[in-house]
Design a protein around this ligand. Structure first.
Ligand code: PLP
Length: 406
């Protein structure tokens, strides 16, 4: 009954593991869930009150497909500050989360067989989104040698007459890597020379640590901005994953095409969520956001330092943004306590969940079969407890622990 396209589409592995860990917790198991893509902070008061006000005032009907004008204007004003250049509401579409902004972007940019360059490790949904839009993901592996970053040369080598777009995700899910301005400028130069569009997923742009500067791709130059679709939203910055509201910013003809597409598929984002999103932009809780970033940075350090003390595991790269640590686990491979062989990140993650009750995401679906992603979305004490449990499990792993690649 299923189309080939649907039959080939696996469910999201991150969502599946998150659901499994949540189910275990509901069953009374003391599981520490570090799989998630969302922080444990509450949605700010401004947004909650904005949503309630929308309901009580009856702001509960279809809105314009591209979103209510005050919200498009507020997003444009926020981007203008980041870009240090004016931005118009016509350059903005409000979507059902950043995910829909990405899906809209690929559906409007790609013809069948068009190629999109994506670096591995990648966020699980990127290749599927490209495939669903009829395109072909061209995956470029990156590793410790380049700090898990794409180089202009690696991109240039993959460009063919069918290449249509370059995807950039900084700060990155799953590695936490943040590109600096010069690195982005060098990548943009290659993309522009080849006439590519840059799709820049900047959903984690507000979450950077340790003095790291976030650079928006569209801020590089007017020429780069002309060729860039920026994707962002409220999910991560404002802890609003359940509200399903995000945006894309692009030249007006691209926004017009995305709006036409969205009009025939899902229509506008929820009127209530748009109102909440507007309320939090109108009265940004800057102090609260800063405190949250400081708290995330503390968690990041606890995890990073704790991992450094674990034999067999190695932080692949220092995370400087988002809330993920990407960890190489091949040094811990060997026979488990009950005889089964731990020989992949998937087997390692499964073993960890069963024996230590710590849930992490294996990297195969991120294009990295010997790594796991650990989200630092729990408080420092919980992270310390998770590290202790992992330590105890490692001690039982066949005594074959080695230091990967050192
Ligand atoms: N892009 C990246 C890199 C993500 O990690 C996520 C969420 O996990 C999204 C986009 C989706 O964001 P939203 O919840 O706003 O759809």
């Amino acid at each position: 009954m299923l189309s080939r396209r649907a039959a080939q589409l696996p469910p999201s592995s991150t969502a599946a593991l998150d659901a499994r860990a949540k189910q275990l917790a509901e069953d009374g198991v003391d599981v520490i869930n570090l799989t998630g893509g969302e922080v444990d902070f509450p949605t700010p008061r401004q947004a909650r009150e904005g949503g309630i006000e929308a309901i009580t005032r009856g702001f509960t009907r279809y809105t314009a497909v591209a979103g209510i004008m005050p919200l498009r204007q507020a997003v444009a004003a926020r981007l203008a500050r980041t870009w240090n250049a004016p931005c118009a509401a016509e350059e903005i579409i409000i979507t059902n989360g950043a995910k829909q902004a990405l899906a809209n972007a690929f559906a409007t940019l790609l013809d069948p067989g068009d190629e999109v360059i994506i670096q591995a490790p990648y966020w699980v949904s990127f290749p599927h989104m490209v495939t669903l839009a009829g395109g072909r993901p061209v995956v470029v592996p990156t590793g410790a040698g380049t700090g898990f970053k794409l180089t202009p040369r690696a991109v240039a080598e993959r460009i063919t007459p069918r290449t249509r777009a370059l995807l950039i995700n900084s700060p990155s899910n799953p590695t936490g890597v943040v590109y600096d301005r010069a690195e982005l400028a060098a990548l943009a130069e290659v993309a522009l020379e080849a006439g590519l569009t840059i799709v820049s997923d900047e959903i984690y742009g507000d979450l950077v640590y340790d003095g790291t500067a976030f650079t928006a791709v569209a801020s590089l130059s007017p020429e780069v901005r002309e060729r860039t679709v920026t994707v962002g939203g409220w999910s991560k910055t404002f802890a609003m994953t359940g509200w399903r509201v995000g945006f894309a910013a692009a030249p007006p003809p691209v926004i017009a095409a995305m709006t036409a597409l969205q009009g025939h598929t899902t229509s506008a984002a929820s009127s209530i969520s748009q109102h909440a999103a507007l309320a939090v932009l109108r009265e940004e809780p800057a102090g609260e956001l800063r405190r949250r970033t400081v708290a995330l940075d503390e968690r990041r350090r606890v995890l990073r330092d704790g991992l450094a003390a674990l034999p067999g595991l190695r932080l692949a790269v220092e995370p400087r943004g988002a809330f993920f640590a990407f960890v190489e686990v091949s040094g811990a491979y060997g026979p488990g306590a009950n005889g089964q062989m731990i020989d992949s990140a998937a087997a390692f993650a499964e073993h960890l969940l069963r024996t230590a009750r710590v849930a992490v995401v294996p990297g195969a679906d991120f294009g990295a079969p010997h790594h796991v992603r650990i989200s630092y979305v729990a408080d420092p004490d919980t992270l310390r407890e998770a590290l202790k449990r992992i330590h105890d499990v490692l001690a039982t792993l066949g005594g074959t622990i080695t230091s990967p690649g050192r």
